[in-house]
Design a binder for this molecule. Structure first.
Ligand SMILES: Cc1cc2nc3c(=O)[nH]c(=O)nc-3n(C[C@H](O)[C@H](O)[C@H](O)COP(=O)(O)OP(=O)(O)OC[C@H]3O[C@@H](n4cnc5c(N)ncnc54)[C@H](O)[C@@H]3O)c2cc1C
Length: 476
């Protein structure tokens, strides 16, 4: 049998890195191993420098409204390196019938202002707006149980509101097929409002979420790091010098032996650990625990991931002939076309483009992603150029372009997801010292993955006391 460690963290994405970092704080004198299948740590977080451009292959921003990302950046001394999205461009457009309709970025100051902006945007027809306003008077659904967000918004606010507003916003976060998303997992507070206040609009009015007319809403706290999000990975890697970092080392199988776990590795070796955090996507964790607990493996395997395709394309500024005054725009599924979202990166984070150039990032829609990948990057680029020509009138040849593919892009929380994660955690109780973390369970955003890594490490180290500062925010 190979090396022995106290804790093995499997998967070197942000969740695994956060788990190893937190465990090292709990157990500085113990041996902790981080095993990553790929040569590089970071998982979906990957920044590339090319021809003077700074590109993100996966995520491009951090929502600092979630306390975990902010706490980790502070702890790693990265505060000075945070770069906030430019507030003067805090505007998002939604495309309908080829036209872009402006909406404020994030929650406007009050429900009144949000509704005013929605009316002004002309995104929805008068009938669609009136139907949405009727939500206030509709009786709540009292039967328990989860449902898809498509079902929830269509029944409460009407199909038009769902198709042209909610679907593109949800797809912008989760990718994949937003109609299949679980309400309970993606937007649990809305179901609570329906049950508690009788309607979502009532909940927004009476719960204190509404900031009140004339009062300013919290500024959107969207940030990246100087040098890109991979800076966070590098900073964590540096702090993990005291651990056994095993890159290019995948785990194939996990078995229980004499009260400990034996991990079998892709390099033919093995490792013994008292406790294990599986911080890989759930289907990869399923393959590892197949022999240990087939029922657990079956549950893990049902958590699906949608493929993602991200296209970064740059132009000479003067050849485009015009600017753009927002962060970007979303293309609803109902509008058709292979592009789901377009981000004007040079507006959002201007310091990642050389002078005189404009950088745009496009995300492709799921069913198109697979077929487009099969047909090569040129075809994906042509689809994006056609979208930019049709909607923004950009006819210039690109100065530069890159396509990044993710087979397992973003986790898709289907209705019943919360129940499934509860069952997974119950099954884990049969395996003392075995934990899971990562985007498959309690949130797909980076801050949630950080929280899940910390939570797994706290549980594995048998210590729920706060480590980062005096007060620890709740994990989710
Ligand atoms: C295109 C795209 C855009 C996104 N945009 C944003 C955004 O702007 N903001 C945001 O907050 N979130 C965003 N997300 C979501 C976020 O990036 C991910 O949910 C998060 O990074 C996942 O982290 P993780 O550690 O759970 O998993 P991963 O990053 O997937 O890491 C898991 C790691 O496990 C490794 N692994 C797998 N199997 C094994 C094995 N058998 N043995 C050892 N190692 C293994 C993998 O190689 C990988 O490195 C985006 C995601 C994508 C794909």
């Amino acid at each position: 049998m190979g090396a022995e460690v106290t804790l093995a963290v499997v998967g070197g994405g942000i969740a695994g890195l956060a788990a190893a970092y937190r465990a090292l704080e709990h157990l500085p004198a113990h041996r902790i191993a981080l095993l990553e299948r790929e040569a590089k740590l970071g998982g979906k977080i990957r920044t590339e420098q090319s021809d003077g451009f700074l590109l993100e292959a996966g995520p491009d921003s951090l929502a600092l409204s979630n306390p975990w990302a902010a706490a980790l950046c502070r702890d790693l001394g990265l505060q000075e390196e945070l770069r906030f999205a430019k507030p003067e461009f805090a505007r998002l457009y939604i495309k309908r019938d080829g036209r872009l309709h402006p909406l404020p970025w994030g929650i406007a100051a009050s429900l009144q202002e949000t509704l005013r902006a929605l009316v002004k945007s002309e995104l929805l027809s008068t009938a669609g707006l009136l139907r949405a306003a009727c939500e206030y008077f509709l009786p709540p659904r009292r039967e328990p149980g989860d449902e898809s967000i498509a079902n929830f918004f269509s029944r409460r606010f009407g199909g038009e509101f769902y198709r042209w507003l909610v679907e593109p916003l949800a797809a912008g976060i989760y990718g994949g097929n937003a109609p299949e998303l679980s309400l309970e997992a993606a937007l649990p507070e809305l179901r609570k409002m329906e049950l508690h206040y009788g309607s979502v609009l009532g909940g927004l009015l009476w719960s204190g979420v509404d900031h009140g007319a004339g009062r300013s809403a919290p500024a959107p706290r969207i940030a990246t790091l100087k040098g890109g999000l991979e800076r966070l990975v590098k900073a964590l890697e540096q702090r993990l010098r005291g651990t056994v970092l095993l890159n290019s080392t995948g785990v194939t199988r996990l078995v229980r032996r004499e009260g400990r776990y034996a991990l079998f590795l892709t390099n033919g070796g093995s490792l013994t650990a008292d406790a294990v955090v599986l911080a890989t996507p759930a289907p990869a964790a399923a393959a590892m625990v197949e022999d240990l607990d087939p029922a657990l493996a079956d549950l893990l395997r049902t958590i699906r991931f949608a493929p993602s395709v991200v296209v970064s394309v740059a132009f000479h500024e003067e050849r485009i002939g015009h600017g753009f005054d927002g962060y970007g725009y979303l293309c609803p599924r109902a509008e058709g076309g292979p592009v789901r979202a377009v981000t004007w990166m040079s507006n959002k984070f201007p310091d990642r483009t050389p002078a005189g150039a404009v950088l745009i990032r496009a995300s492709m829609r799921e069913p198109c992603s697979e077929s487009l990948e099969a047909r090569g990057g040129e075809l994906v680029l042509r689809a994006v150029l056609a979208e930019l020509r049709g909607t923004l009138g950009i006819r210039s040849e690109p100065l530069f372009w890159r396509v990044h593919y993710w087979d397992r892009g973003i986790a898709q929380y289907a209705p019943g997801h919360r129940g499934k994660t509860k069952l997974i955690r119950e099954r884990l109780l049969h395996h003392p010292g075995l934990y899971v973390a990562g985007s498959s369970y309690d949130g797909v955003g980076i801050p949630y993955c950080i929280a899940s890594g910390f939570r797994a490490a706290d549980e594995a180290c048998g210590d729920r006391e706060p480590v980062l500062g005096r007060s620890t925010p709740p994990y989710s």
